[in-house]
Design a protein around this ligand. Structure first.
Ligand SMILES: *Cc1c(COP(=O)(O)O)cnc(C)c1O
Length: 368
């Protein structure tokens, strides 16, 4: 059996550190925000090479607060991609703004900047590229267009901890970058958690207030806020795990390179592309399949867990039919949702396991 990811293996490898961190929080009786969270904010800001980090309870809350800090509200439009996890679009809807989609590039599965300008209107308030699977969008081109029109860029970096674009880190290029520490992400909490990073001091302060009931001081509420605070246990655990992130990312990249080497020239599936100047952190290693169902069946029967991320693009989801889209509106997003198959990838995987997955891919007993 080869699982899609193995959180138990990760815990086992750092058990004594994690246990000590959690017990420390229990003993401190400081359970929400506090010293551990403040330290994690500093350490994660420096990891992303930015000035400020604001810890929150989920990646979705991070996206929501970053949009509010950019002044997004009812009547505004926010441009994003339809090929993403639904939370990107939900966060836009929380503000009362309308999500406007542009299609993805067929090779990187990230926002196609060539289609961006046509989507801009006088109501466009923000652009939210998604660094999908751990590879950053084409930020130079996106920033150039955004600056031309004076529109804020908010990076959905929820899958891209430590990813790079021409030497810059994910989250550090736009007005703000948003991260999720959901357990299965490259840096994962023991529960829910998220973070916003930014170099803008005023917006950092606004988001800090909004995450904690809009308080400047206790019981003084300057703005209408939220309860989006991070648990101290998550801050403490994430501080431990951040120290291992670079080694885990190196392992993911090595596994991806091994997969791509073994699967090169395969007729039934194309391996992922790392675009020039970008450092992919392989949150997901997805291959483009001629017949995804057959490959998936072969893998399942061999005891290998593979997945679809994501089988229905957001513009075709029942929940977002009010936007009035139909099949055919975003052909590359639709093609990606039909053809991509995510293979198991996690730092603790062995070269032997990668070889086993590749061997099943090559045999593909159901190939037509
Ligand atoms: C995981 C994820 C989110 C949401 O993060 P949560 O912590 O689950 O709220 C948003 N966008 C993308 C691209 C994600 O992968």
């Amino acid at each position: 059996m080869i699982p899609f990811l193995d959180l138990k293996a990760q815990y086992t490898s750092i058990k004594s550190e994690v246990d000590a961190a959690v017990l420390g929080v229990l003993a401190s009786a400081q359970y929400v925000l506090g010293e551990e969270v403040a330290r994690f904010e500093q350490e994660f800001a420096s990891y992303c090479r930015v000035e400020h980090a604001i810890a929150v309870n989920t990646g979705t809350s991070a996206l929501h607060l970053a949009l509010l800090a950019a002044g997004v509200g009812p009547g505004d439009e926010v441009i994003t991609v339809p090929f993403t996890f639904v939370a990107t679009v939900s966060a836009i809807c929380y503000t009362g703004a309308t999500p406007v989609f542009v299609d993805i590039e067929p090779t990187t599965f990230t926002m196609d900047p060539a289609k961006l300008e046509a989507a801009i209107t006088p109501r466009t308030k923000a652009i939210m590229p998604v660094h999908l699977y751990g590879q950053m969008a084409d930020m130079d081109t996106i920033m150039e267009i955004a600056e031309l029109y004076g529109i804020a860029v908010i990076e959905d970096a929820c899958q891209a901890h430590g990813a790079g674009y021409k030497g810059q880190r994910a989250g550090s290029i736009g007005m703000a970058g948003c991260f999720s520490f959901y357990p299965g992400k490259n840096l994962g909490a023991c529960g829910e958690a998220g973070m916003i990073v930014t170099n803008n001091a005023a917006e950092a302060q606004a988001m800090r207030m909004m995450r904690d009931w809009g308080q400047s001081r206790r019981y003084e509420h300057l703005v209408k806020g939220f309860n989006y605070r991070m648990d101290a246990i998550q801050g403490a655990v994430l501080r431990v795990k951040l120290r291992h992130l670079d080694a885990w990312t190196d392992a993911r990249r090595a596994h991806a390179a091994r997969y791509s080497e073994l699967l090169r020239g395969l007729e039934t599936a194309l391996t992922p592309v790392e675009a020039a100047g970008r450092r992919h952190v392989y949150h997901i290693y997805a291959v483009r399949c001629r017949d995804r169902e057959n490959l998936h069946r072969s893998l399942t029967e061999a005891g290998i867990q593979a997945g679809f991320h994501y089988p229905i693009p957001v513009h075709l989801q029942a929940a977002h039919q009010d936007l009035g889209h139909r099949a055919g509106d975003f052909p590359f997003a639709e093609e990606a949702s039909r053809t991509l198959l995510s293979l198991p990838i996690y730092p603790e995987m062995t070269a032997e396991q990668i070889g086993q997955v590749a061997a099943v891919m090559e045999q593909d007993v159901y190939a037509s």
